[in-house]
Ligand binder design. Sequence first.
Ligand code: SF4
Length: 95
Amino acid sequence: MTAGGWRDEAACLGEDTGLFFAPDGERETARIRRETRARALCARCPVTGDCMAFGATQRYGIYAGETENERRARRRRELRRAATARRRDPEGAVA
Ligand code: SF4
């Protein structure tokens, strides 16, 4: 991560950014090892909320301990939940 704003507090400040991005042709065992190390940093990071919000705008990489696939899956779940809530309560008058 680069420095600036909330990033100044990041647990990954000064770490190799390669830890958070999959290189081309990465083998599964290497990916698991890399993601585990990245998640360990994220688990002790004080700015995961800011990082997660930023990561929502990013296509690739691990942010707040989420891979891009996990981020997309979470976003799909959130959209499905919102669509279900709208169908159940089209006026938005949640009791
Ligand atoms: S949550 Fe993880 S990726 Fe985000 S700033 Fe913290 S250590 Fe870095």
